[in-house]
Design a protein around this ligand. Structure first.
Ligand code: MEV
Length: 296
């Protein structure tokens, strides 16, 4: 039996614009997807526990791309504590843990770049047009600057970060990426890139005031491209009035009332503002590890 776990992620700056080659900063978080895979002698089928359409596709695609010789059937068990479809990298973490678990079972060990490319292809089933950011963060862990498929490591930010889950959006990441595209003029893409570059600088200087300013500016841009539903805009406005900075992290939603995860950067307690809307707010921690072998 081989068991691998891969972290989820939060995009701190640059979602959507990253799909068109602009920079983004994202961080692996202490939420994980795990895949355990074992051979099933005497069977020729693949048995699943918690398998989704995406996980089945990820396994089939990895087996065929890596030309894995199948002496018998398989049993695959998926487990995850990453909220699904909420911008926290659940799909990418499942894909990464599956690619590594089946590779390891078949004694195949390829460079990380190979898995980054394959993972992005698999993610395209879901996204239509994945930037590859989520897959790279889940593979590599830590905090990354990502631009045009290239990654640069950054230290895990030491700022006070929280996440509020506003609920699973009614539309998929792929639909949301497609809906936002029409607003993303070259001048708006430049604005996104400028905010992410300033955010990157502020993060390296650990300048909390500047970090918060960049998050507020990023939120404005995300609102302009239509991926922040009205109730979430109102929630963020109230957080801003109380001195916090907040933005959706991930695709957000171009329809409905829920936008998945919202990142909140604040030194003050925002529990009451979140509770008023029935949301819960929790502290989030970055993790340095990417995908790990936990076969034991
Ligand atoms: C999804 O987590 C982030 C998006 O930028 C899409 C992508 O990067 O593939 C919206």
């Amino acid at each position: 039996m081989k068991k691998f776990r891969a972290p989820g992620k939060l995009i701190l700056s640059g979602e959507h614009a990253v799909v068109y080659g602009n920079p983004a900063i994202a961080m692996a978080i202490d939420r994980f997807a795990e895949t355990a895979i074992s051979w099933q002698p005497g069977s020729h089928a693949i048995g699943w526990q918690n398998g989704s359409k995406l996980s089945k596709y990820a396994l089939d695609k990895t087996i065929s791309k890596l030309d894995i010789d199948m002496p018998c059937g398989l049993e695959a068990v998926i487990d995850s504590n990453i909220p699904r479809g909420c911008g926290m990298g659940s799909s990418a973490a499942v894909i990464v843990s599956i690619m590594y678990a089946i590779s390891s079972l078949a004694a195949i060990n390829l460079p990380i770049e190979y898995y980054a490319k394959l993972g992005r292809e698999i993610e395209n089933l879901q996204h239509g047009r994945s930037s590859g950011l989520d897959i790279n963060v889940s593979l590599r862990g830590g905090c990354l600057r990502f631009e045009n498929s290239k990654t640069i490591e950054r230290p895990i930010p030491e700022i006070p970060m929280y996440v509020v889950n506003t609920g699973m959006p009614e539309i998929t990441t792929g639909e949301c990426v497609a809906a936002a595209e029409k607003y993303l003029t070259s001048s708006l893409l430049q604005d996104f890139a400028a905010v992410t570059n300033e955010f990157d600088q502020a993060l390296q200087e650990n300048n909390l005031v500047e970090i918060q300013n960049c998050i507020r500016a990023n939120h404005e841009l995300l609102t302009q491209i239509g991926v922040v539903p009205k109730p979430v805009q109102e929630f963020i406005a109230e957080l801003e009035q109380a001195g916090a900075a907040a933005k959706i992290c991930g695709a957000g939603a171009s329809a409905g009332e829920k936008a998945g995860a919202v990142l909140v950067v604040t030194t003050d307690n925002m529990d009451a503002i979140a509770a008023k809307r029935g949301y819960s707010i929790f502290k989030i921690k970055g993790v340095t590890h990417g995908v790990q072998n936990i076969s034991g």
